[in-house]
Every structure is written in C-alpha cells, then in structure tokens.
Ligand binder design. Structure first.
Ligand SMILES: [Mg+2]
Length: 255
C-alpha cells in the first residue's frame, strides 16, 4: 500500500495511519478528570472519616494541584489506567490508618465510581473541529486509530457524543486484554493488525508518556498537542512537532 503524505503544522511526512490519544488530544482533559477526582476524593474522605490532611495527600499522590485545578501531565491522574489508580488511592488510605482490604474496597467503591461514571455532556468538550479534521484524513485514505488508557465504556460514550466513532479503524482501551500505554506493544500491535510497520504510524498525544512511547516504538512522527495535561516545555523534548489541535494534521498536497 502506498504511503500518504501527511502535513503536520509545517512538517510533511509519509505515513499510513495516525494514532490518537483521547483525553487531552481529542477532548478537553481538564473538563473531565480534575472534577472527577475531586468528587471521588471528597466522597472517599467522608466514607473513611478522614479530613483535609488526607485530601491533600491524595491530591499530591494523584498528581493534582487542587488550589489551581491543575493536573500534572506526568502523574497518575493523567496517565495511569483505572486498575492502577485504584491501588494508588488505596495506598493513600492505608497511610491514613485504613487497613488494606478496607482501603481497596473503599477506593474501588468511591474513586472507581467517580472515575467510571457515565460521562455527562458538559464533560465532553472536543478540542477544536475534531470531527471535520478526522473526516478530512479518513477521506484521503489515512487510517485513524485511538489508543487510550481510559476504559471502553466511557470511551464509547465520549466518541459517540462527538459523533466520531465511525472514523476509527481501531480503538484500544485501558481495560482491554493485552498491552496498555505506555507499553510500546500497543503501537506494534496496532501496526501489525493493520499490516503496517510502526514506521507507518504517527502518534499524537498530550503527555510525555504518549510521546516517549512513540519515540521508543519508532513511529514516523511523534506529535505533541499542547493545552492538554502536559505543558509545552514538558512535551517539546519528546516531540518532533507541537500543535494546538488536531486540525493541524491534514492530508498533504494541493488543496
Ligand atoms: Mg492524554
């Protein structure tokens, strides 16, 4: 199969498929995960009978600055799949005197519920003209794939709300069987299943985790998207190019 030429900002590259992260790349990261963490943490503190010291410890551990409502692009809240996050939060409960079995149960019950709640409409804000951008790529014969650490239920609801599900050839979620980001096998498996090489892929993400994985796997181009969980300064050393939204990824050539 011939490679298509894809234009990313002022760079042109030959590739066949664009792999997109979801949160912070296709949808606004900050509208979803900070408020969910705060909701889960608050309910958890009440259920466990723990106060502000616990909450402060929990936010620090999750990689969340509650004062400024800012998520660290390199912390667990931004990057860890749910099953890891539950254990991380249970560990904070244990450090505040809750026995381990109970800590896991509470973390599952309250943080798990907050993190997996059916996404509400106001939580699903597309980052720019997502549907138009995807349609333009797919119509030019470029494949689009999602690799997210979020679970499939929430992913389906969000993609459905944005009306973009039909553009994706493959959607890989954090609760699927098999490897999860930042395991490079996620990218090698995507390439293999499409009968492509990893060098035929472009990876787009808003965290160092995504971009470091992309570089390690050997993709054609590692594209950082600013305005998500990771700052431009954090992303720059791991990205071949930084963009503001996926509208800057287009089929190359006369238009
Ligand atoms: Mg992301």
């Amino acid at each position: 199969m011939n490679k298509s030429h894809i234009q990313i900002a002022d760079i042109e590259v030959a590739a066949r498929c664009v792999v997109f992260d979801k949160d912070g790349t296709l949808i606004d990261f900050h509208a979803v995960w900070g408020p969910r963490l705060v909701r889960g943490a608050t309910e958890l503190s009440v259920a466990a009978g723990l106060g502000d010291a616990f909450l402060a410890h929990l936010y620090r551990t999750a990689g969340y600055d509650a004062q400024n409502s800012k998520t660290s692009g390199q912390g667990p809240l931004a990057t860890a799949p749910l099953h890891q996050f539950i254990v991380i939060i249970a560990t904070v409960l244990f450090q505040h005197g809750i026995i381990w079995d109970k800590a896991l149960e509470l973390s599952n019950q309250y943080m798990g519920a907050a993190m997996t709640a059916t996404p509400a409409t106001q939580e699903i804000a597309p980052r720019g003209a997502v549907a138009e951008s995807l349609e333009r790529l797919v119509e030019a014969g470029i494949l689009a794939v999602i690799a997210t650490t979020d679970n499939r239920h929430a992913t389906n609801i969000m993609l459905n709300a944005l009306e973009v599900e039909l553009f994706f050839t493959d959607i890989r979620c954090g609760d699927d069987e098999g490897p999860v980001k930042p395991d490079v096998s996620v990218l090698t498996e995507i390439a293999h299943s499409l009968r492509l090489k990893v060098g035929d892929l472009i990876m787009v993400g808003d965290t160092v985790s995504d971009l470091a994985m992309a570089r390690k796997a050997g993709v054609a181009l590692s594209v950082g998207i600013t305005g998500g969980a990771g700052s431009a300064e954090e992303l720059a050393p791991h990205a071949d190019v930084l963009i503001e939204d996926i509208g800057e990824i287009r089929p190359a050539g006369p238009r």
